[in-house]
Design a protein. Structure first.
Lengths: 346, 216, 200
């Protein structure tokens, strides 16, 4: 029903537009005739009018009139000017009649159109006559460009990611259904009690190795591990389920508390050495990613982190020096946990 | 941080003076005074600002018994807030009070406040100071411009070195009222301001300059 | 805070202190250090009169803590206070008297080299030049014995074999953690090495 109504409306509007066009043409013709006035260069005028008339297909009447006018002008010589005046008046009269006719047509059709309801703000946008005053247009263009770009990149990312079998996101759009059935789905949806249990056992294991681990959940479901490595560093490890999501390393004299006593997991250490270690620790969290055995992953990750207990006191395994670029060996081998400088690792 | 800027600042410490008027009010009328002060002072829209301090008075005497003259001992008052445990401790040195003549409206004495770390009491003992007496003051605090008004009560510690509320015994039936300004030397206008302010508290409290030596 | 070490650097025959300081500074700059201002450390000494037993009190200022001063008694007790503490001392002048001619100060430039802070300063006792001190601070670490080998490596490229063994104060404070309340450790080392190596 609605659609039919809409269809009728559209037809009406199209009709109105045609009528308006016609009306405008008629009015234009009148003004043209008036401006031409009584001309001495009859031939030129008529020729011109002829071409003009030919170009407009709708105005058949005016074309006929000009035709007759032409005959008249060619005919008599004496009564030429008088005849001309009359002809002009006739033309004008005919044109005006057409106009009033067209106008009443338009009025008739126009009255049947219902007022168009605006559906959203975007409709109002087109009503605003002053483009200069609204920055909306350029903004829309910009966002359109960005959306396009994003779409392009996303498509490329999907192609790249499709080649990689290890995935962190469990959305069915990006992972094959086969993967979804596996245990990786489980790794990030673990009840807090299980996490607590695992961490509690890890706390006991690592206590002797000079590593203090405390657990908290200030941000809802995510578990935050605060690790203090004996006399060397402090780290926060944020877990989603049993997956490592975020790591930050700072010095012992720095704090993970913001001014208003909230947990601050974002700010970086002011020391270059811990900024570097944060980078390595993030990379390692990807290396130790094992969705099939999440508990083992966390365990070996923390063991790797424990390797930093000799951060300041052990020389690089390759070059045998303590300092390289004025930094101690900030990288630990994933298997042997041997210290290396950033530039010394193979 | 600039060494050049730091060095001279150590030598030019402007001597500060405390201008003081004192009075007292009976416990039963304290609230009337508090409301009067709240109306008169800055931040009237806020609630009363309470404080609770522990003060220990340390004395350093010359150990040679030959010269037992009055001038040979120095008194430091160490304060720390009981309600703000993270605030630093304070050493306060108060000089000899000058009463001056009638034209001077307030008592004037040298005053030095130094914030320091919380081990100050042990340090002073190491320096040779001995504790003379200690007490707890609790009360309210107002300020108007640079004038400070305190209405407080002194509590005796029943057992030494314990500041929990059960160990405190109030002294007397009244609260002390003090009006003070700490400012550099030679600003006589302050005395005038303080006198005018004290006038407005009459007849609730009579703020006057007391000669402490006469009380002793 | 960190771990810091102070060494006295010998001035060879025929060279002025300023020249040696200049050479050291150039060396630090070639190692990649950038100048981050100046520093100033001074120590005034007070002695008790007619106190039994007699006591000595040192008062240190350090431009790293521009609003504070550190008081150290010969018994080892320390106090951190406002710079106004000096004014309190003047009220004690009947009991503690300033030891004229024992004022030691060290002034110089401060350099930053990754997480290290290097300070090269000339030391003067009561106004006359006495020697050169080099202070190296490693900020991220707070346990001296942990990073001693590392400090040594840095220092050996700078001042050679002087850094062979740790200063005696460092050995004593082997496991001491410095906390915000006790930044005086660094000043303690300054004074102990200053007083130990430079006869007044």
């Amino acid at each position: 029903m609605n659609q039919q109504q809409d269809q009728g409306q559209t037809d009406l509007i199209v009709q109105c537009l045609t009528l308006v066009q016609k009306l405008r043409h008629g009015v234009g013709q009148v003004f043209k005739d008036l401006s031409d006035g009584v001309s001495d260069y009859v031939e030129e005028t008529t020729e011109k009018e002829d071409t003009d008339g030919a170009s407009s297909k709708n105005e058949t009447t005016s074309k006929d009139k000009t035709g007759s006018q032409k005959e008249v002008t060619v005919g008599g010589d004496k009564e030429e000017s008088q005849e001309k005046h009359r002809a002009i008046l006739r033309t004008l009269k005919a044109s005006l009649e057409t106009i009033s006719h067209d106008f009443s047509d338009l009025e008739k059709t126009g009255s049947t159109i219902n007022s168009v309801q605006s559906f959203s703000n975007i409709d109002n946008l087109s009503l605003d006559p002053v483009d200069k005053n609204t920055v909306m247009h350029s903004q829309l263009l910009q966002s359109y460009k960005w959306t396009n770009k994003m779409h392009e990149f996303a498509t490329q990312a999907v192609t790249v990611l499709a080649q990689n079998s290890l995935k962190r996101t469990s959305s069915p759009k990006f992972t094959s259904s086969k993967m979804l059935k596996g245990s990786m789905h489980v790794a990030c949806h673990v009840p807090p009690a299980t996490v607590d249990q695992l961490i509690a056992s890890l706390v006991l294991t690592y206590k002797d190795m000079g590593m203090d681990i405390s657990i908290s959940r200030p941000l809802g479901n995510s578990t935050i591990l605060q690790v203090e490595l004996c006399r060397v560093l402090r780290a926060v490890v944020v877990l989603r389920g049993l997956m490592i999501e975020w790591v930050k390393v700072k010095g012992l004299d720095e704090t993970f508390e913001s001014d208003d006593r909230q947990m601050d997991i974002w700010s970086s250490s002011r020391y270059q050495v811990f900024q570097k270690i944060t980078d390595h620790a993030v990379a390692a969290s990807l290396h130790y990613y094992a969705p099939a055995k999440p508990d083992l992953a966390i365990k070996s990750y923390l063991l790797w982190l424990q390797g930093y207990s000799t951060l300041f006191s052990s020389p690089c395994h390759k070059c045998g020096r303590y300092l390289q670029n004025n930094l101690p060996p900030t990288w630990r081998d994933y298997r042997s946990r041997e210290p290396f400088h950033d530039v010394c690792r193979v | 941080m600039e060494a050049a800027a730091l060095a001279p600042s150590l030598k030019n410490i402007a001597p500060q003076q405390e201008y003081l008027l004192q009075g007292s009010i009976l416990d039963t009328h304290r609230d009337v005074l508090l409301h009067r002060l709240r109306g008169l002072c800055d931040n009237a829209e806020r609630n009363f600002e309470a404080f609770s301090d522990y003060e220990a008075v340390y004395v350093l005497r010359n150990s040679s018994t030959a010269q037992q003259s009055q001038n040979q001992h120095v008194t430091f008052r160490v304060r720390h807030a009981l309600d703000h445990s993270d605030a630093p401790d304070h050493i306060r040195y108060l000089g000899q009070a000058e009463l001056g003549d009638r034209s001077r409206h307030t008592l004037v004495r040298a005053c030095l406040d130094v914030a320091c770390s919380s081990n100050v009491r042990d340090f002073l003992t190491e320096m040779g100071f001995r504790i003379d007496h200690d007490y707890v003051v609790k009360g309210h605090f107002f300020h108007k411009g640079r004038m400070k008004v305190t209405v407080y009560k002194i509590f005796r510690l029943i057992q030494p070195n314990k500041t929990d509320p059960h160990n405190l015994e109030p002294l007397g039936q009244s609260h002390l009222v003090e009006l003070s300004v700490v400012a550099p030397l030679g600003q006589e206008q302050i005395g005038e301001d303080m006198k005018n302010f004290a006038e407005q508290l009459k007849p609730l409290v009579l703020l006057e300059k007391f000669d402490h030596r006469k009380i002793q | 805070m960190g771990v810091s070490c102070v060494f006295s650097y010998p001035v060879p025959e025929g060279r002025s202190g300023a020249q040696v300081v200049d050479i050291l500074q150039k060396q630090v700059e070639t190692m990649g250090g950038s100048k981050t201002g100046t520093f100033y450390v001074d120590c005034e000494t007070y002695q008790s009169v007619m106190l039994n037993p007699p006591k000595t009190l040192h008062i240190l200022h350090n431009s790293e803590y521009p609003a504070s001063c550190f008081a150290i008694l010969d018994s080892g007790a320390t106090l951190v206070a406002d710079t106004l503490f000096i004014a309190l001392m003047s009220n004690l002048k009947n009991i503690y008297q300033a030891w004229k001619g024992a004022k030691i100060e060290s002034k110089g430039n401060r350099f930053q080299l990754a997480d290290f802070i290097l300070k090269i300063g000339s030391v003067s006792l009561a106004g006359s030049f006495k020697g050169i001190l080099l202070e190296v601070e490693y900020c991220p670490c707070i346990v001296a014995s942990e990073c001693w080998a590392m400090l040594k490596e840095l220092l050996q490229s700078l001042i050679g074999n002087i850094a062979e063994s740790p200063p005696s104060a460092l050995k004593k404070k082997k496991w001491m953690k410095s906390t915000p309340q006790q930044p005086q450790c660094c000043s303690t080392w300054t004074i102990s090495t200053t007083l130990g190596k430079l006869p007044p």
